[in-house]
Design a protein around this ligand. Structure first.
Ligand SMILES: Nc1ncnc2c1ncn2[C@@H]1O[C@H](COP(=O)(O)OP(=O)(O)OP(=O)(O)O)[C@@H](O)[C@H]1O
Ligand SMILES: [Mg+2]
Length: 503
């Protein structure tokens, strides 16, 4: 065993079954380190929750003030050698017969404290050999290899302020999922990429073979595959008579055009006209409301893109690039369409278990949304509630957790939190994440870019992780600002020169 860090001291409150303090031999004890102490037949495990320094020479203010008037304490006494460091430890459990249990008796004062053994630490935190390698544990040479099943099965959320490293972490996770071996279990991945941040995967020599991309503007589905209920969800403002007409029109089309070349939007409008279940005003109002969907150009006669049945494959990623779509409504409708289709196909066992990763999730499952803006929320909440039974997992990424549906967020059993400074967001995260106590909450504002706290189902204990570098190519849409500015002026100058030359 490694040399001891120090020995346990007796104070008024400790050692107890929940905490102890130790005097450190070296001054190298760090907040956040894991430590262990022999305990009966087992090993007690703890976490350095705070580090204090003390020095008898500086305890009495009046004498310190007195000495500082003359030459100062340090120059007259060997005060440096009297400085000592105390580590306060929160006891996490006892490892006994390869099982972790609660501590029923305190450790003894005078017992030696060691830095935690790496193998035991991995078991303690719940890491697996074939888990997803997201980074490393602070202060320890232990890779954070989180169990895929524990992370994905009950959904997870990545929450942080803008620029804290959410998309970077998501990319690291995607690499891990794409690199998994068949025998370890591979899921399919679908990414709702709002800003074209995941395009690098497509151009990467390794990951490119496992990635396909569909531009959001090219997404389309035959009208035949859309149920009246789904369509009503997209246009929630329809009145009851309007809904009746729509249902009639769609079912008439379905029975009339069974074997033919399918039917599109114009046929739907004609079918609405033909129905005799409502007055002309109702039909006209319905057609007006439906015209919005027509504008979005995603309801087709026959063509379908992506073809989920063939495009969703284990160990493969489908990126839906929404960066060319301006309308939030259209994006929400497409998310609703894709999520519904995926969940329904998965329930029937027609596609493999999948992870649906949604960037800017607060725009698609908004807590307080107008009816017209809530189109995709209900399917996201449904997958959040029922998905785990069917192998349908969600990863919700958001820089505005306050605006994210509490139903969806509370069903995300693991929260990965990166830097957050906004007090409202912090409060919200603390309320919605069960594993976050005041101590962990305090550390969130102090996180640097690329540092994360993982709490919940995926780990046995909240952990701090330094997210690893990515292996895949990074390529984002949009050049840096200064380059865009230079390009703009160059283009303008060229144009002016051309005009001059022409004159
Ligand atoms: N662990 C890390 N190691 C190295 N670089 C990182 C790490 N995490 C983030 N970065 C870098 O920090 C920058 C911001 O990260 P990222 O784009 O992932 O932030 P974000 O939280 O997704 O921001 P936004 O909310 O604006 O989408 C990027 O340039 C990224 O490469
Ligand atoms: Mg991002």
């Amino acid at each position: 065993m490694a040399e001891s860090l120090g020995v346990i001291i007796a104070t008024e409150e400790s050692p107890s079954t929940s905490e102890f303090s130790f005097v450190a031999k070296e001054k190298s004890v760090k907040k956040g380190q894991y430590v262990q102490v022999s305990h009966g037949k087992g090993t007690m495990f703890g976490f350095v929750s705070e580090v204090f320094k003390s020095n008898r020479y500086f305890e009495r203010p009046e004498s310190v003030a007195d000495f500082e008037k003359s030459a100062g304490i340090s120059s007259q006494f060997p005060s440096d050698s009297w400085e000592y460091v105390i580590g306060a430890v929160k006891i996490l459990g006892v490892f006994n017969n390869s099982r972790f249990e609660r501590a029923f008796t305190p450790p003894s004062p005078g017992a030696a404290v060691h830095i935690a053994d790496n193998t035991m630490l991995r078991t303690f935190l719940g890491f697996e050999d074939n888990g997803l390698h997201l980074g490393s544990i602070e202060h320890h040479d232990v890779p954070a290899t989180v169990s895929m099943t524990r992370l994905l099965q009950k959904h997870f959320a990545i929450l942080a302020m803008s620029g804290a490293g959410k998309s970077h972490l998501a990319s690291v996770l995607l690499e891990e999922l794409l690199e998994r071996k068949k025998e370890d279990g591979r899921v399919a991945v679908v990414v709702i990429d709002i800003h074209g941040e995941y395009l690098g995967f497509l151009h990467d020599p390794v990951f490119g073979q496992k990635t396909s991309l569909v531009d959001g503007s090219d997404i389309c589905i035959p009208l035949r595959k859309v149920s009246p209920e789904t369509m009503m969800e997209w246009v929630p403002t329809l009145s009851i008579p309007q809904r009746d007409v729509l249902r009639h029109a769609l079912s008439a089309l379905r029975s009339e055009k069974k074997d033919s070349a399918g039917y599109g939007f114009n046929e739907l409008l004609e079918a609405v006209e033909r129905t005799d279940v409502a007055k002309d005003e109702v039909k006209r109002a319905l057609k007006r409301s439906l015209s919005e969907l027509k504008r979005y150009h995603f309801l087709s006669r026959k063509s379908e893109k992506p073809r989920l049945l063939s495009d969703i494959k284990p160990g493969h990623m489908l990126i839906l690039d929404f960066s060319s779509i301006d309308s939030l409504r259209k994006k929400q409708i497409l998310v609703s369409l894709m999520a519904r289709r995926l969940f329904s196909l998965r329930k029937k066992g027609k596609i493999p278990p999948f992870l649906l990763l949604i960037e800017e999730a607060h725009n698609f499952a908004r807590e307080k949304a107008e009816e017209s803006e809530a189109v995709s929320r209900s399917i996201i909440e449904t997958i959040a509630r029922e998905g785990r039974k069917f192998g349908a997992s969600l990863c919700l990424i958001s820089q505005r957790p306050v605006n994210l549906s509490t139903t969806a967020l509370s069903q995300c059993n693991t929260h990965v939190i990166l830097r957050v400074t906004n007090p409202n967001d912090l409060d919200h995260i603390q309320m919605s994440s069960e594993g976050i106590d005041a101590r962990v909450a305090k550390s969130i504002t102090g996180l640097k870019v690329g540092e994360a706290i993982i709490v919940g189902e995926a780990v046995n204990h909240p952990i701090f992780v330094s997210v690893r570098e990515r292996k895949s190519m990074k390529r984002e849409k949009g050049a840096p600002l200064h380059q865009q500015a230079i390009d703009f002026e160059q283009k303008k100058e060229k144009k002016e020169k051309n005009v001059e030359a022409f004159l």
